[in-house]
Design a protein around this ligand. Structure first.
Ligand SMILES: *[C@@H]1O[C@H](CO)[C@@H](O)[C@H](O)[C@H]1NC(C)=O
Ligand SMILES: *[C@@H]1O[C@H](CO)[C@@H](O)[C@H](O)[C@H]1NC(C)=O
Ligand SMILES: *[C@@H]1O[C@H](CO)[C@@H](O)[C@H](O)[C@H]1NC(C)=O
Ligand SMILES: *[C@@H]1O[C@H](CO)[C@@H](O)[C@H](O)[C@H]1NC(C)=O
Ligand SMILES: *[C@@H]1O[C@H](CO)[C@@H](O)[C@H](O)[C@H]1NC(C)=O
Ligand SMILES: *[C@@H]1O[C@H](CO)[C@@H](O)[C@H](O)[C@H]1NC(C)=O
Ligand SMILES: *[C@@H]1O[C@H](CO)[C@@H](O)[C@H](O)[C@H]1NC(C)=O
Ligand SMILES: CC(=O)N[C@H]1CO[C@H](CO)[C@@H](O)[C@@H]1O
Ligand SMILES: [Cu+2]
Length: 580
């Protein structure tokens, strides 16, 4: 039976490759991919701005709830002047309007938005898929999708459960599918969120194909007095890394590291070309004034340590999910996949006529290859001095919000969350689990609605993992090295019990400072390898301690997971089941 299923899948993949892309691609090497990316002249395409959609109707006091229909389409996208158009899967209000990334949704705090997400994707995926990891497999073909509003505080039925997937025209649905129209109450404070696909086992491929977009909750009462740069001086930078074949098609390795176990799955996707708002190494012409950039690292696995080439600083005003209490100036910002940094750059301080946005994060982070001449560059800002010069009326506020910093004493429950990577005898990754458990295993994390918990996250792998939680908000308060790691690892592998393995005896090494620019409520936090990271997790709202206006205990519940998508798919993801 199972060998029959495998045969059918292999057959349908072969047909899809022949249908979708004309000449079958020649065998590809790392060198070919570098050559394709390296042939693209940097800074020749202007930075695009994605279309904006209002998530409300009316304005001011007569603002009313919004309603949108957003589809997923296959289309061709021009990533660079000199690269043939690339087949992608993208979001839009129509095929013609769909973009890579999709439209930016502007929601207003307290004004609900309903979105009907429609799948118009074809019968076959444009990328290789691997059904040996837990995967949504429709009986009659099609591309399973389901949308998650990342960082959103909303009911479980609108959360985009990995098991609530659907194919084109809802012709097939996953076991936890409940509804076609999702409700986002937008009760969170002003925040930078994003939406992306979350289908079981397909997240890495569906996002790689282009199913990502920004979502912004605005609170005018709070934000207008900040006088931050606005309108054309307030831009999103959505950064991803991609590999391309010579014909312009997206490249994803179709051979796994352990092909006898997983024919395709690899532990991390890295691309040579850096794409910002859908263009490879674009440029933006700027005036000598302040600009606001909401920078989202939407890469599958790559971290970005961003800096500006000639000493300009970032003034960080917010992180994912929240403003900082006060802005923080820093020469560089480290962003994990799915992390957001909201920054102001003051180009009036530029002493030359241009500056490059650079990346020097090793990959995998922190101990992998150094960033190279291609993936070490992101985009360029070119200064144009208008005549006459216009005044810059924007400011950088001294004080923004007032979110009390948390401490361990706030928590009523302590949990230990251990991250494991399982290796083949040759030392290659076969899968990754949290607490040694599969996604399908019953929920072990069942926080009380409204409670605050302390999570001691123990990273027993060699990688940094960006941990993401649905519904909750969190921030790390302490990062401490585990001593005698081998001893502790052996005990954890045998017993999987951090208390019995004497975590308190091992968590005594040097501490690593949490950067000032991360000290606010977030939805992604970085987990250092070989360290225990203490995280305060809150299951209520920062500025309204009231109950959620929906039932968070309903099915299908929530999840928490690693946001390296290749890890999430295989299967660094666990259910999060709220209780009353
Ligand atoms: C694809 O993965 C296989 C198995 O890990 C590896 O041997 C090969 O070099 C990879 N190809 C590229 C282009 O990276
Ligand atoms: C596509 O975008 C244009 C310009 O923003 C807009 O006028 C039009 O209504 C959109 N089409 C659809 C089908 O949403
Ligand atoms: C995100 O992805 C980029 C592009 O791949 C990568 O170089 C970078 O290190 C990651 N982090 C951030 C913050 O962009
Ligand atoms: C920037 O300045 C350099 C040297 O002053 C000059 O060669 C270059 O053309 C200028 N670039 C632009 C875009 O003005
Ligand atoms: C900036 O401030 C000046 C003086 O108050 C005003 O005349 C001008 O309209 C403002 N410009 C913008 C873009 O707000
Ligand atoms: C590490 O733990 C092992 C087993 O408990 C012990 O034998 C060894 O002495 C410890 N090493 C250090 C440096 O503490
Ligand atoms: C933990 O430490 C205590 C006291 O040092 C010791 O009795 C116990 O055996 C240790 N437990 C494990 C699992 O190593
Ligand atoms: C930095 C560090 O100590 N990393 C270790 C984390 O754990 C893995 C094994 O699970 C080790 O191989 C790493 O050296
Ligand atoms: Cu991970």
């Amino acid at each position: 039976m199972s060998s029959f299923v495998v045969f059918v899948i292999v057959f349908s993949l072969a047909v899809s490759a022949a249908d979708a892309q004309s000449p079958p691609p020649a065998p590809v090497t790392g060198q070919t991919l570098q050559q394709v990316a390296g042939s693209l002249k940097m800074y020749v395409d202007p930075l695009p701005d994605m279309p904006k959609l209002n998530g409300y109707s009316g304005s001011g006091n007569s603002r009313r709830p919004g309603s949108l229909t957003i589809g997923m389409y296959q289309k061709k996208w021009q990533f660079h002047r000199d690269l043939p158009p690339t087949t992608v899967f993208v979001y839009g209000t129509s095929l013609a309007n769909a973009t890579f990334p999709g439209p930016t949704i502007i929601a207003k705090q307290g004004t609900p938005l309903q979105v009907t997400w429609q799948n118009h994707l074809p019968q076959h995926h444009i990328l290789p898929i691997d059904t040996t990891v837990p995967t949504a497999i429709p009986k009659n073909g099609g591309v399973p999708t389901v949308v998650h509003l990342h960082g959103g505080v909303h009911e479980p039925q609108s959360d985009g459960s990995a098991l609530a997937w659907f194919t084109a025209d809802f012709s097939e649905k996953g076991p936890k599918w409940t509804k076609a129209t999702y409700t986002y109450p937008n009760i969170l404070h002003a925040a930078n969120l994003w939406y992306h696909d979350h289908a079981l086992g397909l997240t890495r491929a569906n996002l790689l194909a282009g199913l990502i977009g920004a979502y912004n909750i605005q609170n005018d009462d709070v934000e207008t007095p900040f006088d931050l740069p606005c309108d054309e001086y307030d831009r999103h930078l959505i950064i991803v890394d991609r590999n391309f074949n010579v014909d312009g098609s997206l490249y994803m390795n179709s051979t796994g590291d352990n092909p006898t176990i997983h024919p395709e799955w690899q532990p991390e996707y890295f691309g040579e070309a850096i794409i910002v708002n859908g263009k490879a190494w674009p440029y933006l012409t700027v005036k000598p004034r302040r600009y606001r950039f909401r920078i989202l690292n939407a890469s599958n696995a790559r971290y970005l340590r961003l800096s500006l080439s000639n000493g300009l600083q970032f003034i960080v005003i917010g992180s994912d999910s929240s403003y900082l209490n006060a802005p923080v100036a820093t020469p560089s910002v480290l962003l994990a996949p799915a992390e957001i940094s909201d920054v102001v750059i003051d180009f009036s301080r530029l002493t030359s006529n241009e500056t490059e946005l650079l990346n020097d994060a090793p990959y995998p982070y922190p101990t992998g290859s150094p960033a190279g001449p291609l993936n070490g560059k992101v985009m360029k800002f070119v200064l144009a001095r208008p005549n006459p010069t216009q005044p810059d009326n924007s400011t950088i506020p001294v004080k923004q919000v007032n979110y009390p910093l948390p401490s361990a004493a706030d928590a009523t429950v302590t949990r230990y969350i251990a991250m494991y990577e399982y290796l083949s005898p040759a030392g290659l990754s076969t899968h990754l689990y949290i607490n040694g458990k599969r996604f399908e295993d019953p929920a072990t994390e069942s926080p009380k609605v409204g409670s605050i918990e302390l999570w001691e996250v123990i990273n027993l792998t060699g990688d940094n993992h960006p941990l993401h939680i649905h519904l909750g908000l969190f921030q790390r308060i302490k990062v401490q090295q585990l001593v005698n790691l081998t001893d502790f690892q052996n005990c954890m592998s045998a017993n999987n019990d951090a208390v019995a393995c004497n975590i308190s005896r091992h968590a005594t090494g040097p501490t690593m400072a949490v950067p000032e620019y991360e000290k606010t409520w977030k939805n992604v936090v970085k987990m250092e390898p070989g360290y225990v990271t203490s995280v305060i997790v809150r299951f209520n709202l920062v500025d309204q301690k009231s109950q959620y206006p929906f039932d968070p205990t309903a099915e299908p519940g929530y999840v928490y997971h690693c946001h390296i998508l290749d890890h999430e798919d295989n299967a660094m993801i666990r259910p999060l089941k709220m209780v009353a």
